[in-house]
Design a protein around this ligand. Sequence first.
Ligand code: CU
Length: 152
Amino acid sequence: MKRLAPVLLLVAAALAWPSTAAAKTCELSITGNDQMKYNKSELVVGADCDKVKLTLEHVGKMSVEQMGHNWVLAKSSEYKSLAQAGMKAGMKNEYIPQGDDRVIAHTGLVGGGETSSVTFDVSGLEAGGDYTFFCSFPGHYGIMNGKFVIKG
Ligand code: CU
């Protein structure tokens, strides 16, 4: 029995591990409106967040075909080219190029009164890295963009 104790301790530690190392999910929210604007130009999360749940609410009344919004995250150096690719992907893909590595995360495309959320892993992103969020609906990214900051 004495010789089993260390083994049992190890087993107990292994069982306890998942709960002590539970992934931390941080929540963010942003709105888009009929004036083609987000309500935030910067979103900040702590470096201790493993995942982020981002919720986009369209607080306007216009339809998704006229004034659709989404929320797409990319490296700042890539977001403009990604926005161009999104436009080409078309409405059938909700203006997201399929299988494109530049997309770190994206919500669905919403019209007035609708909400869409996305939960994504940020543990692989760099604290202090340069990331930009934007709307990939045609013609929107020039105004609808902002910085995504991971505070170290
Ligand atoms: Cu938009």
